[in-house]
Design a protein around this ligand. Structure first.
Ligand code: ARG
Ligand code: ZN
Length: 875
């Protein structure tokens, strides 16, 4: 059954209060619910959602209801027939947390109990209108064995706790804010916490806690720091204060996603909480900061103002990703640091979202229909959604954007609203017409902006002509023009910025935002004394593909001089991409491969420029990934892509061997480990140098350099980077370090994930080795992190082996999709998406992928999650 956005109807009842009592036990939990309902819209019956619940009893105003005359139970809910205008409904249900392998609703993990309710998990806990526009005030009493479940947490404030007559203990929580059911949470178990009192800008004191399993308290400091930084940042940048007296983060090792913003009780995948220098890499540290920020920022963008329905998901997710991106960038602080962080975000967008937009699952930022909402927690909703929010800021300026945010909260605090409401607040606060901007929400697909330039020597005028188009996507054949902000600058032959005088304007700017609203528009700049080099789409001002016929010398000029660091990097990527695409063709044609010196010299200058941030130099020297090259190919040949990219890496390595060695030595970090951006950047550049030094035909000396680093590393970043380099050689030199690594970290699940992932993603690891690793005693398909570390790393991050010509990778994929489908549909559905682009591959691979897809599609017992995807993919 497909759900349509147009079918939205307000819920006919208001629920003024919900009182929940949980008798918690891993085998059987009883949930007593009592709610006060009042009709607010005409209609007849009362509909409550349910998913896999056992109903033990139901009373209306104290009278037991009859299954014959008073209500109807079916698969997805309960219908109470002809209820009165105002009444109390009391329901008792039973669930079995330890039988729940979906990790939605109430479930057990390492003997503790947790909940995950977004999007539709609350209906697995009790009968309730499980939709985001039904908000109510929650009182929650948790009762459980005092020993096994010594800690009992829920949303809001702890108001009472004590011992029950039967010896169990209880805790009572009241959340002062009304909330939708998807923000409900409880945690029960043996946990310990790091806590701290913290003073808000207003002077109010709050209690911050990070809860983990015993033995992990040496890994909570960074999450705590990140939380405090997040609270400060939201106060300063948006004037938004924490509204509770207590804010809790809880880490759980079985979790479908990254984390969840439950009111006052954020629940996190351990991966995004636990860190110390021994077990976590710089990237882990950065991810923790950003996810802690993300969930915290949801308190305002998501919780105080929530979504009317799930079609509006990007209202909270796009906005909150934008906020966490800005937070991470501000935490680095420097301009070049901001650019580095922006480049990282854009890389994900292009590699993953552009390809989603070009495939069978393409959907608008605000979709029109879905079968399973969990399939719509996508890069389009999150990352493209964040780009859409960023464009408001580009169009309105930082101050204008802030005015829009202020108006949004003034109008909608405490409400469940839509993307249109957000856009209206931005428009009204700034006196702007943003009607056309709506198309960013309603139209799927990545627009292409083609730019042509013309220089008129006599008039000293430079004209940029911008033309936009957008390819059809499933269900949307004709696209109307988007409102696209294109930030541009012009460089003179010395690499200096030219002052920009748009015709008709008297003041000059260094950079200006051209607003493309028609299919084609020209913009004329006056007083241009000589032919400039255009720097287009600065800081990636819109989520589009920008085409311009740059010459190699122009790109080298931009790479050397552009004041916009994003476009400096972009110029380097364009140079590399052009060469890689040519190399791919040569590989396919069986021609000899070669790489010109222009590229090598241009990136060599960056590598050796010590005035540049190491992190930036690392990014410039990182070639577009195989996934990115696949995205750019008309017909994907994973083997040619791999060969071409490896060849280019070797050439770079061979030509700059000395430079890499020098960079390797110059960027050692000494002393106590710190995850700050400067130190992390140095390690990143150093380890990139190491990876180049140990390219395929590495000499013994370089191998021993890597071995030494493995042995002497003082932190996980350096140890893992060197180990990865060794594993990728496919040589025996990796065997002992891999075993040592396993022995050293055998009791640390997150590090063992890295151990699996490292092997699975090495181009030397074939499907047979992956099957062998699946038989390792530490492998467990039920744990999403572990499944991802092995299966997803192989299918996603090891294209050359996954796309083995005999189709063995695809057969493995189908097997694992079906195995996961029976355990955890959400995780299974994520794996399905690996084959999104099967129609873009070479015909021989395509045929084998189709076989695998059909194997899945023709199986019985498919979840809605998997079913929706395979149907769309085969259509
Ligand atoms: N709202 C969470 C976040 O982005 C994600 C929850 C997704 N859950 C799901 N079952 N799809 O922070
Ligand atoms: Zn989120």
């Amino acid at each position: 059954p497909t759900i349509f956005r147009q079918d939205y109807c307000p819920y006919p009842f208001k629920i003024s209060h919900l009182n929940l009592i949980f008798d918690l036990d891993a085998a059987h939990t009883h949930v007593h619910s009592e709610m006060l309902l009042t009709r607010v819209n005409p209609g007849s019956d009362l509909l409550l959602h349910a998913d896999g619940l056992s109903l033990l009893s139901i009373h209306l105003d104290g009278r037991e209801l009859s299954a014959v005359t008073d209500y109807v139970l079916n698969d997805d809910g309960l219908r109470v027939l002809n209820p009165p205008e105002s009444f109390t409904l009391s329901i008792v249900t039973q669930t079995q947390p330890d039988q729940n392998s979906t990790l939605m609703g109430l479930y057990a993990s390492n003997g503790n109990l947790f909940t995950q309710c977004e999007a539709e998990g609350f209906r697995k806990i009790t009968y309730f209108p499980d939709r985001p526009d039904v908000m109510t005030q929650y009182t929650v009493e948790l009762r459980a064995d005092a020993e096994q479940y010594s800690v009992l947490l829920s949303n809001g404030n702890l108001v009472d706790e004590g011992v029950l007559d039967d010896g169990r203990h209880y805790a009572k929580w009241i959340d002062p804010f009304k909330k939708p059911s998807y923000l409900f949470a409880l945690v029960a178990g043996k946990l310990v916490c790091q806590e701290e009192k913290f003073i808000l800008a207003s002077g109010r004191e709050v209690l911050l806690q990070v809860w983990v399993e015993d033995g992990n308290l040496d890994k909570t400091q960074h999450a705590m720091e990140s939380l405090k930084n997040s609270i400060r940042w939201d106060e300063q940048r948006f004037g938004l204060e924490l509204d509770l007296d207590r804010f809790m983060i809880v880490a759980v090792s079985d979790f479908n996603m990254g984390a969840m913003e439950n009111k006052g009780l954020n629940i996190f995948n351990t991966k995004y909480v636990l860190a110390n220098s021994r077990v976590a890499t710089d990237i882990d540290y950065a991810n923790i900061e950003s996810v802690v920020g993300h969930e915290y920022f949801h308190n305002w963008t998501g919780n105080r103002v929530t979504c009317q329905d799930w079609f509006q998901l990007s209202l909270k997710e796009g906005l909150t990703v934008f906020r966490d991106q800005e937070f991470s960038a501000d935490m680095i602080g420097t301009d070049s640091g901001r650019a580095v962080s922006r480049i990282g975000d854009v890389r994900t967008l292009r590699q993953v979202q552009f390809s989603e937009d070009a495939g069978p699952m393409a959907h608008p930022v605000r979709p029109d229909s879905y079968v399973e909402i969990n399939n719509f927690y996508t890069v389009t909703i999150y990352e493209k959604g964040a780009e859409v929010v960023r464009m408001y800021q580009t169009l309105l300026g930082r101050d204008g954007f802030r005015k829009g945010m202020d108006l949004y909260f003034a109008r909608h605090d405490g409400c469940a609203v839509t993307c249109d409401d957000f856009r209206a607040a931005m428009a009204d606060a700034n006196g702007r017409d943003l009607a056309q901007f709506e198309r960013w929400y309603s139209q799927a697909g990545t627009p292409v902006v083609t730019v042509k330039s013309h220089y008129d020597t006599d008039l000293q005028q430079y004209t940029l002509t911008l033309r936009q188009s957008c390819a059809p996507t499933p269900g949307q054949t004709d696209k109307s023009p988007f409102h696209i902000p294109v930030t541009v600058g012009l460089l003179d032959s010395n690499g200096q910025e030219m002052p920009l005088y748009l015709v008709g304007e008297s003041s000059a700017q260094a950079s200006c935002v051209l607003e493309l609203t028609d299919i084609e528009q020209s913009f004329v700049f006056d007083r241009i004394p000589a032919l400039p080099t255009p720097s287009l789409l600065r800081n990636f001002s819109a989520p589009v593909v920008l085409e311009y016929a740059y010459s190699d010398t122009e790109l080298a000029h931009l790479l050397a001089h552009d004041s916009d660091a994003f476009n400096r990097w972009e110029a380097g990527q364009r140079l590399a991409t052009q060469r890689l695409m040519q190399l791919i063709k040569s590989v396919q044609a069986g021609e000899a491969l070669s790489l010109d010196s222009l590229y090598l010299e241009a990136v060599g200058l960056v590598l050796n420029d010590e005035n540049l941030d190491p992190a930036f130099r690392e990014l410039v020297l990182t070639l577009p990934s195989e996934a990115m090259l696949a995205e750019l190919s008309a017909e994907i040949d994973p083997h040619a892509i791999h060969v071409a990219r490896e060849y280019m890496r070797q050439q770079i390595s061979a030509h700059m061997h000395k430079d890499f060695y020098q960079v390797y030595q110059a960027n050692q970090t000494m002393g106590v480990y710190s995850p700050d951006a400067i130190s992390a950047g140095k390690r990143g550049l150093k380890n990139l140098a190491l990876a180049y030094l140990v390219s395929n035909d590495a000499d013994e000396q370089m191998i021993s350099l890597a071995l030494t680093q493995v042995h002497e590393a003082q932190n996980m970043t350096d140890r893992l980077a060197a180990l990865a380099v060794l594993v990728r050689t496919g040589d025996e030199c990796a065997i002992e370090p891999l075993n040592d690594f396993y022995q050293d970290f055998a009791d640390d699940a997150l590090v063992i994930d890295k151990w699996f992932s490292l092997q699975a993603s090495s181009p030397k690891t074939d499907v047979e080795l992956v099957r062998q690793l699946m038989r390792h005693p530490d492998f467990n398909l039920h744990n999403p992190n572990r499944a991802r570390s092995l299966i997803f790393s192989f299918c996603h991050a090891n294209p050359v082996q996954f796309h083995a010509k005999d189709g063995s990778g695809y057969a493995f994929w189908a097997e694992q999709v079906l195995a996961l489908n029976a355990i955890n549909p959400q995780v299974a559905a994520r794996l399905v998406r690996v084959l999104d682009h099967w129609r873009k591959y070479q015909p021989a691979l395509q045929a084998r992928m189709q076989d695998a897809l059909l194997t899945v599609a023709n199986s019985v017992g498919l979840s809605k999650d998997v079913q929706e995807l395979v149907v769309k993919m085969l259509k």
